[in-house]
Design a protein around this ligand. Structure first.
Ligand code: UT7
Length: 327
């Protein structure tokens, strides 16, 4: 039996403060009705000044390590998927490493926007397949509220803050991660972009006035690409494993829009009870969306041994991909 990666612990953490659609309707020209019907979102959690990306990531990590029964000092590697780090350097992963006291772990951030967690899980999977004893902490964590223009109704109603984590190790049992498929198309990067927080367009009065420090999204265009790409990544995973729709027990789609999730479920022929949905509580938490969902499902007892799980995500870059696993 080949070595496979298994998830032995999950955790998640969201900021305390809840912002409802009604709260947003008092700030921008929108309504609770529009947000609910067009996105499926009812509320989102928004960080205060202390709830930084690394703080949320560390909290989620502690819960995952606790569930896994793994001590921080036994971790070999920490990978944080994010596009909203505390700062460009040091990485969120290094900040988490220090907070946890994970003395022997390597640590790095991975940038693949909303697909970051699946990218990070894929990377962790490759390490574990080479050395089954490795213990890897994979985190998806975002504080997008800090890079959101709260006067732009196209974006501010969608995003939320949060973090989710998973502890990965190896097994020779016939379960765990079965396949990973990653894709990208940089030619469409402009459709979903934070232009001004890097080195090409450094912070200047001029660039701040243009709003380049914020997420800018051509929502309708992104929507069209997302549904196509997610459907194709889902079929790719199913074909690789010889699955048809009936073989998927639970779908974890990136929680970007309820209409995208339902569309994907329909295309794959999945009944509603096989589609995990929590977008109404958290909004789109980008890299954190799948690990938060995974943790919620895990802690409510939905993830039983042998369950066949399909995870599919799409995000800026563009990036997209899928991970199929047997729990
Ligand atoms: O996570 C990474 C990937 N991201 C995604 O997958 C997001 C994909 N995109 C979406 O989820 C949707 O495109 C949005 C939720 C962002 C927007 O929904 P939409 O149905 O595509 O709306 P739209 O942009 O086509 O706009 C339709 C109308 C427009 O008005 P007119 O031109 O028809 O008069 C917008 O101005 O809705 C208007 N609108 C709003 N109205 C009230 C746009 N945003 C809002 C708003 N409240 N917040």
């Amino acid at each position: 039996m080949p070595i496979r990666s298994i998830i032995i612990g999950t955790g998640s953490h969201v900021p305390q403060r809840v912002v409802t659609n009604k709260d947003l309707a008092s700030r921008v020209d929108t309504t609770d009705e529009w947000i609910r019907t067009r996105t499926g979102i009812i509320q989102r959690h928004i960080s205060n000044d202390q709830e930084t990306n690394s703080y949320l990531a560390t909290q989620s990590a502690r819960k995952a390590l606790d569930m896994a029964g793994v001590r921080p000092q036994d971790l070999d590697l920490i990978i944080v998927g994010t596009m909203s780090p505390d700062m460009p350097m040091p990485s969120v992963a290094c900040l988490v490493q220090n907070e946890l006291g994970a003395k022997k772990a390597g640590a790095f951030d991975l940038y693949a926007a909303c697909t970051s967690f699946l990218y990070a899980l894929s990377v962790a999977d490759k390490f574990v397949r080479c050395n089954s004893r490795m213990k890897i902490l994979v985190i998806g964590s975002e504080v997008l509220s800090r890079v959101t223009n709260w006067e732009d109704r196209n974006t501010c109603v969608i995003f939320g803050d949060g973090a989710g984590a998973a502890v990965i190790t190896g097994t020779k049992e016939d379960r765990g991660i079965l396949s990973t498929h990653l894709h990208s198309d940089g030619s469409l990067g402009e459709l979903l972009i934070i232009k001004g927080l890097g080195t090409a367009f450094p912070v200047s009065h001029e660039n701040l006035e243009k709003g380049w420090q914020y997420i800018q999204m051509q929502g309708r265009e992104v929507f069209k690409h997302a549904i196509k790409a997610m459907e194709s990544a889902a079929w790719e995973a199913m074909e690789a494993n010889g699955w048809n729709g009936d073989d998927v027990d639970l779908l974890f789609s990136h929680q970007a829009n309820i209409r995208i999730i339902n569309f994907l479920g329909e295309k794959l022929g999945l009944p509603k009870e096989k589609i995990f949905i929590n977008i109404h509580k958290y909004g789109n938490t980008s890299a954190a969306s799948i690990p938060i969902a995974l943790d919620e499902a895990n802690r409510t007892g939905l993830l039983t041994p042998g369950l066949r799980i399909l995870m599919v995500a799409f995000g800026g870059g563009f990036t997209w991909g899928s991970v199929a696993m047997c729990w």
